[in-house]
Design a protein around this ligand. Structure first.
Ligand code: SF4
Length: 270
């Protein structure tokens, strides 16, 4: 889609892709009633007449679990609760039946019970055959919803794998560090929370080699010189790492060791 003109983009928006963003109060136009927000995509594209669009909007609100849908259609976004606004935003994103839904931190601004309901709805959308591309920092949300995960660092994918494999055997040092940093409910109450020392590079000053090198416990000299590319690893993971290539080590055999070393090093320094 990069470089596509406005006409092409408009064809894809709504029908090809839908967007559910983090903050529904910002993403829902405040001076439009819910009915207009839900139906304008259908009407603008000539996919329904006004009566049909009204019926579809009512049905869409029922599908996202909103009671009294006829009354809600007459309301403005600021008159709804945060959870209801996010469900209206989801209904709006699905009105033109997109093939792919981008969900960008869709639960970050919600309390835990509403978060669970929105995740349930997203799982239902996925099960209906709509592709869901979830962008999130919440590993719990990833574990509960995603079939496959791509871990990004400094704007690049550093590891991608089926969700269960990524969580049980992370191959990239950054993935392992992220998982080690998740607080454990049943861990030792006195133990320190593990962190990742240092900061990510500024986008305007990316290093020539691996962007994670300054923070990586497995870094070797070549890591600061060449940028690693994604390569197939043991199992179904794809990983970008130069240490593995330069040492010739098998990454799956090394992953548990990565994790242990990383946890202990970060705990000491963090
Ligand atoms: S390329 Fe080197 S610095 Fe980067 S993650 Fe792999 S081992 Fe660490």
């Amino acid at each position: 889609m990069i470089g596509a003109n406005e006409r092409t983009l408009n064809k894809v928006r709504g029908t090809g892709i839908g967007l559910l963003s983090q903050d529904p109060l910002s993403s829902l136009t405040p001076h439009l009633r819910v009915e207009t927000l839900l139906t304008e995509g259908l009407l603008d594209r000539g996919l329904a007449n006004r009566a049909e669009a009204h019926e579809r909007a009512l049905q869409a609100l029922v599908e996202v679990g909103i009671a009294e849908p006829a009354a809600r259609l007459r309301q403005y976004p600021h008159e709804l609760s945060g959870g209801m606004r996010q469900r209206v935003a989801l209904a709006a994103a699905l009105m033109c039946a997109p093939e792919l839904l981008f969900a960008d931190e869709p639960t970050t601004a919600l309390d835990v019970s509403v978060q669970a309901r929105v995740l349930e709805l997203l799982a239902g959308v996925r099960d209906r055959g709509v592709g869901v591309l979830l962008i999130t920092h919440d590993l719990g949300v990833v574990a509960g919803l995603a079939d496959r995960v791509a871990v990004m660092y400094a704007g690049r994918i550093v590891e991608t794998a089926p969700t269960d494999e990524l969580f049980s055997a992370p191959q990239h040092p950054y993935t392992a560090a992220l998982l080690a940093a998740v607080p454990r409910l049943h861990g030792d109450a006195q133990s320190q929370l593990v962190g990742i020392p240092g900061d990510p590079p500024q986008p305007s000053a990316r290093p020539p080699g691996c962007a994670f090198a300054a923070r990586c416990v497995r870094a070797v000299a070549v890591c600061s010189e060449s940028r690693p590319e994604l390569t197939q690893c043991a199992g179904r993971n794809q990983v970008s790492s130069l240490a593995r290539r330069s040492s010739g080590a098998d990454c799956s055999a090394g992953s548990a060791d990565h994790h242990g070393r990383l946890s202990s090093v970060v705990a000491r320094t963090g």
